[in-house]
Structures are given as structure tokens and as C-alpha cells.
Design a protein around this ligand. Structure first.
Ligand code: DX5
Ligand code: ZN
Length: 220
């Protein structure tokens, strides 16, 4: 924990051969929550992780788990993800015509509810649903694609969302190419929760967590 900022490592970037050990290191180095990506090969090209994997992760750690659904028709898998241990379920507004009903279903099943916005999606899609949100994630890369660079054009969007959220307690997260440089820009723009995968899990997890925290302390 670093002030009001939260670090939520993405286990998608973990080494599967060393998964349990890396999860333990993430907890030891002060992760606030784990970010668990689900990809269906349709909404995004890749396929990754399902409810059974989530159940395994749930058994490995007491850290809260946030599920990021990069799937078409998220309404079809909300219940199974919560049953498998999700504390927060975040789905893409682009992936369903039933955004409000998905948010309400997630809360009714006892989890926190959030939406993610792909880079091309306007912050205006949030304006009328703020009361039903616990979290927003701004994608700072296109979801589900590897090796991309941080989209700096998302910084004004983060600022606009921070203004749109006003005094509401909704968390504002960023996901995609978050490292010791980009985290500071996102924090200065108004984000308070940071997903990091490739940067955080390469080399020493403890040292990388420290450098992210140091960058956040510079952002104030
Ligand atoms: C991207 C995923 C991310 C990803 C982040 O589509 O949603 O959660 O694991 O990884 P990095 O930080 O490497 O971009
Ligand atoms: Zn993600």
C-alpha cells in the first residue's frame, strides 16, 4: 500500500512453472490485490484463464482478486467467476448491450462491480452509471494484445474520468504497460489503482514493487 494508491499485479504475466512462488512473492512485497485476466478468443484474440484457474488462485492466497473479463457476453460468466472466488468483477462496456444489468448482477452476487474501457471508448459511456460502479479501469493498451506500448492519449481520458466521478468513491484503475515511468503519469492524471504485469514480474518482484511505489510517492 502506498497512501491512497493500490498496486494490483496481473498474474497473466506470471511464469506458470513458478506460479505459486510468484503469487507468494507478490503478497510478501505488498500487493494490495491480484488482477486476473480472462480472455475468450473472441472479444480479444487470445484465450486465457477460466473459472477453474481462478479457483486454484483463490486457494493459494488471501489477497483480494479482481477478475478482468475480456470476453463477449460477460453476463454469461459473472456468476461462475464470483462462485470461484472473484472479489471484484470488471467487464468491458464494449462487450455487452446490458451494462447496467451486468453491474447490478455482480453486486447482487456479493462482489464489487466495475467496467473497463478500451482505448477507443469514450469516458461518456460512464456518465449515467456512476452509482452502480465500484471501479473503472482505463485500458492504456488495447486489451489482450502483448508487447504494446503505453497509449499516452489515455492520460486526458483519465483526467476527464476523475472529474466525471467527482466525490464518488469509485476506484479509477489503469491497465496496460504500467511501469515506473507510466505509473507516475497515470497517478498525476488521477488514477489510484495500478495493474502491472510484464514490468512487475520480470526480474525481482520486490525491487520492481519498490520502484513502482517510489514513482507513486513522487506523484504525491
Ligand atoms: C492486457 C491485460 C493486462 C496485462 C497487463 O490486455 O488486461 O492485465 O496482463 O500486462 P502489462 O502490464 O504487461 O501490459
Ligand atoms: Zn487486465
Amino acid at each position: 500500500m502506498c497512501g491512497e494508491f493500490k498496486l494490483t499485479p496481473s498474474v497473466f504475466a506470471a511464469d506458470l512453472a513458478d506460479f505459486a512462488e510468484q503469487v507468494a512473492q507478490l503478497k510478501a512485497s505488498g500487493a494490495d490485490m491480484l488482477h486476473f485476466d480472462v480472455m475468450d478468443g473472441r472479444f480479444v484474440e487470445r484465450i486465457a484463464f477460466g473459472a477453474d484457474h481462478l479457483r486454484m488462485l483463490r486457494a493459494m492466497t488471501e489477497l483480494p482478486i479482481e477478475v478482468h473479463l475480456m470476453v463477449e457476453r460477460p453476463e454469461d460468466c459473472i456468476a461462475s467467476m464470483i462462485e470461484a472466488g472473484a472479489d471484484i468483477v470488471v467487464f468491458h462496456v464494449e462487450a455487452t448491450t446490458r451494462v447496467l444489468s451486468c453491474l447490478r448482477r455482480i453486486r447482487a452476487l456479493g462482489a464489487k462491480a466495475g467496467v473497463a474501457l478500451s482505448p477507443a471508448t469514450s469516458e461518456e459511456s460512464l456518465r449515467y452509471i456512476v452509482d452502480d460502479l465500484d471501479k473503472v479501469i482505463v485500458m492504456t493498451v488495447n486489451p489482450g494484445e502483448g508487447g504494446q506500448s503505453f497509449v499516452t492519449g489515455m492520460l486526458p481520458k483519465i483526467r476527464k474520468i476523475r472529474a466525471l466521478l467527482g466525490d464518488s468513491p469509485v476506484d479509477l484503475g489503469v491497465d496496460g504497460s504500467v511501469d515506473a515511468q507510466t505509473i507516475k503519469l497515470c497517478a498525476e492524471a488521477g488514477a489510484n489503482v495500478f495493474v502491472s504485469g510484464g514490468y512487475l514480474l520480470k526480474g525481482s518482484i520486490a525491487a520492481n514493487m519498490d520502484s513502482l511505489r517510489a514513482a507513486l510517492s513522487e506523484a504525491g
